[in-house]
Design a protein around this ligand. Structure first.
Ligand code: PMP
Length: 466
């Protein structure tokens, strides 16, 4: 298809309200033209000018099977021809939906029972909150409603999920968080630990703080704890040693449900099929999205454990039908896309690839970056990793935000053909390439990142800012 680039840019600027874009700078042209992304193959995308970029972030940590997978496109097309839509209300289903749900219940960690479908990670977490409230109402604990999430946790941007997200810029000017949602400290050892505090000691302290918070709120008022197995948008930060064991002991003690938000970690990213399996987490509810369809179709799922589901079923005579559902819950094209993607995940053992290539990736990141004078920490697991830049390594002090070090490094990488994301909470360059990435491709990614980091480091040194 030939497109008129100027016309597309003009239409876009005039009519698209872009997420996470400074609206005035975009409208005035200060941010330049939008990037028109046209095609993708493997780990690369191509823009309207024919420039190739390595997508070191798999879109938004989601295109796990890579771009241009004809098997998935064909499954979507087949289903669209056969039956483009039918709802799943009032006991209607499709073969693809039933097959997918059976697969998810069998492959998910813990004792899972049922799957409720949505279109995004945000709405799936919205559903999780309602399930927690419904569950506690049905079992006669109507005050057990507060949901605790963590600072730096990301769970979406809708009303409840945006409240769960522990980042103030998602709340400011949007009248959030809701009063039911409470935040506790992030499991971020580099920034959160006291001097000489080991990972285990720090993890135990975070668990003790959670225990104290639940005591203060009253255990009868706390329904659930939601967390990502690995902090994602909060800085791609694996948990400190012993964290999950200590946290789960606190939750059990207070009869508080655990929601594992596996939107990023589900389907292989950590090197295990689920992050919960990687860290010994036994969730009551699991949220998945992104990798479920590798973003070939918007589909999310709230996977419901036996403990919660049994209460819902037992209470049904009293409350009637389960009154929650979207027009697109269990969309057959989404289900067909997910089945085709899961076929690839299993056939190509993408968790295994994330483990093996991921170990190589983590080693390369550490070797190339950890000793640089502007790097505070290199961290990650499987095929997700981050480099955190600091102005003062010894004193652990960030750069002046006005220097925009993270954004400049991300731009320098992009100018060299690599998308690596500048993340919030400091100067962080994040990576989450597709799970089909090879070792040779890791070498390419790391080489470009190295050139980008060194170019900005040289600028800082010349300017006397380092
Ligand atoms: N949970 C996690 C852990 C996420 O990373 C995201 C998206 N980045 C979401 C929830 C929200 O998903 P969505 O953007 O599809 O609403």
């Amino acid at each position: 298809m030939t497109i008129n680039i100027k016309e597309i840019c003009e239409k876009d600027r005039n009519t698209v309200l872009h997420p996470f874009t400074q609206l005035k700078d975009f409208a005035s042209g200060k941010l330049g033209d939008p990037t028109i992304v046209e095609t993708g193959k493997g780990i690369r995308i191509q823009d309207a000018f024919g420039n190739h970029l390595i997508d070191g972030f798999a879109g938004l940590y989601c295109v796990n099977v890579g771009y241009g997978r004809t098997e998935v496109a064909e499954a979507i097309s087949r289903q669209a021809y056969r039956l483009a839509y039918y709802h799943s209300y009032a006991a209607h289903t499709t073969d693809q939906l039933a097959i997918l749900s059976d697969r998810l219940v069998k492959m998910a960690p813990g004792k899972m029972s049922k799957v409720f479908y949505g279109m995004s990670g945000s709405d799936a977490n919205e559903t999780q909150a309602k399930l927690v409230w419904y569950y506690n109402n049905l079992r006669g604990k109507p005050t057990k409603k507060k949901i605790i999430s963590r600072e730096r946790g990301y769970h979406g941007c809708s009303v409840v999920s945006g409240s769960m997200t522990g980042m103030s810029f998602y709340h400011d000017h949007m009248d959030l968080p809701l009063p039911h949602i409470v935040h506790t400290g992030a499991p971020h050892h580099y920034w959160g630990a006291n001097a000489n505090e080991t990972e285990r000691e720090f993890a135990a302290r975070r668990a003790a703080e959670l225990d104290q918070l639940i005591e203060e709120l009253g255990p009868d008022n706390v329904g659930a704890f939601i967390a990502e197995p690995v902090l994602g948008t909060g800085g791609i930060t694996p948990p400190p040693e012993g964290y999950w064991e200590a946290i789960q002991a606190v939750l059990k003690k207070h009869d508080v449900l655990l929601i594992a938000d596996e939107v990023i970690t589900g389907f292989g990213r950590t090197g295990s099929m689920f992050g919960s399996q990687h860290y010994g987490i036994e969730p009551d509810l699991i949220t998945v999205a992104k990798g479920l369809t590798s973003a070939y179709f918007p589909l999310s799922a709230s996977i419901v454990g036996e403990k919660v589901y049994n209460v819902l079923e037992e209470g049904a005579d009293r409350v009637g039908a389960f009154s929650h559902g979207y027009t697109y819950s269990g969309h057959p094209i989404g289900a067909a896309a997910a089945n085709a993607v899961l076929d690839i995940v299993e056939k190509e053992d993408l968790p295994g690839n994330a483990k093996e290539v991921g170990a190589y990736f983590q080693k390369q990141l550490k070797e190339k970056f950890a000793q640089l004078p502007i790097v505070g920490e290199v961290r990650g697991v499987g095929l997700m990793g981050a480099i955190e830049f600091v102005g003062d390594r010894e004193g652990k002090k960030r750069f002046d935000p006005a220097l925009k070090v993270g954004a400049r490094i991300s731009k320098a990488a992009r100018d060299r053909g690599l998308i690596a994301r500048a993340m919030p909470h400091g100067d962080i360059l994040g990576f989450a390439p597709p799970l089909v990435t090879t070792k040779d491709e890791v070498d390419e990614i790391v080489a470009i990142a190295e050139s980008a980091v060194k170019s900005v480091m040289d600028e800082l040194i010349v300017a006397g800012q380092k």
